[in-house]
Write a protein that binds this ligand. Structure first.
Ligand SMILES: [Zn+2]
Length: 241
């Protein structure tokens, strides 16, 4: 990290579990247990019954708004501040990198801090959406055109917008070091990024509790807690300044 000239980070659900946000792919996690996330968190379920969808989702939406960054988020923000990190590419939708102070964050799956009108495309802060929902208990409508409002996250069954994956792809090609933290790399497009970085000559560092698909071609693999390891990396970089 200290020697890299263009380091980028790639983060996923494991980066936010120390902040109390369960990884829905881990069995038994409270957030999604008893339901099939690919069914309930899908655009089809949203269109089929918006009222039911909002009744199910709104607690999660407010949880994301209230969540706090952990030392792993803070370490990445600090590395960027020191000039050691050029970008964070994340699969997370929880806004915690920005809350910790990261400036350049590429969000592959959208975010929960905004809501978007599916008719006119107007974007509002999610805070307003949830305040309105708690008062009226009705699926929120756009104030401008009464179109249906949806949290600005990518649901299952929705196309990824091109902008974020393209930016991530570019960073993967540009970087000379990719720090992969808190992701098992099971979901595309994130799963492809380490390979692109590797082919472009970058070194890889993985910090993740579980083994990942990229372990076999990665220089440094640390199966430990991101909230402990990333602050240590930031500390070493600070000393080498
Ligand atoms: Zn609208």
């Amino acid at each position: 990290m200290a020697e890299a000239s263009h380091a980028v980070a790639l983060t996923g659900a494991g980066h936010s579990t120390p902040s109390g946000i369960p990884d829905f792919r881990s069995p038994g996690s409270g957030l999604w247990s008893q339901v099939d996330p690919e069914e309930v968190a899908s655009i089809q379920a949203f269109h089929r019954d918006p009222e039911a969808w909002y009744a199910w989702y709104h607690k999660r939406g407010t949880m994301f708004l209230n969540a706090k960054p952990n030392p792993a988020h803070e370490a990445l923000a600090e590395l960027e501040e020191m000039g050691r990190l050029k970008a964070v590419i994340t699969q997370n939708i929880d806004n915690l990198h920005q809350k910790a102070g990261s400036k350049r964050v590429i969000e592959l799956h959208g975010n929960t801090r905004e809501a978007v009108c599916l008719n006119c495309g107007d974007v509002i802060p999610a805070q307003l959406l949830w305040e309105g929902y708690v008062q009226e208990r009705k699926a929120p409508r756009c104030e401008k055109c009464s179109g249906m409002m949806k949290p600005n996250v990518i649901l299952f069954g929705e196309m990824l917008p091109e902008e974020a994956p393209n930016a991530a792809w570019e960073e993967a090609q540009l970087c000379d070091l990719m720090l992969i933290a808190g992701t098992s790399l099971e979901v595309t497009p994130a799963a492809h990024l380490p390979l692109i970085a590797r082919r472009s000559g970058a070194k890889l560092v993985i910090v993740n509790f579980q083994p990942t698909r990229a372990d076999s071609y990665t220089e440094v693999v640390i199966h430990e807690d991101v909230a402990e390891v990333l602050p240590e990396i930031a500390e070493i970089c600070r000393q080498k300044k």
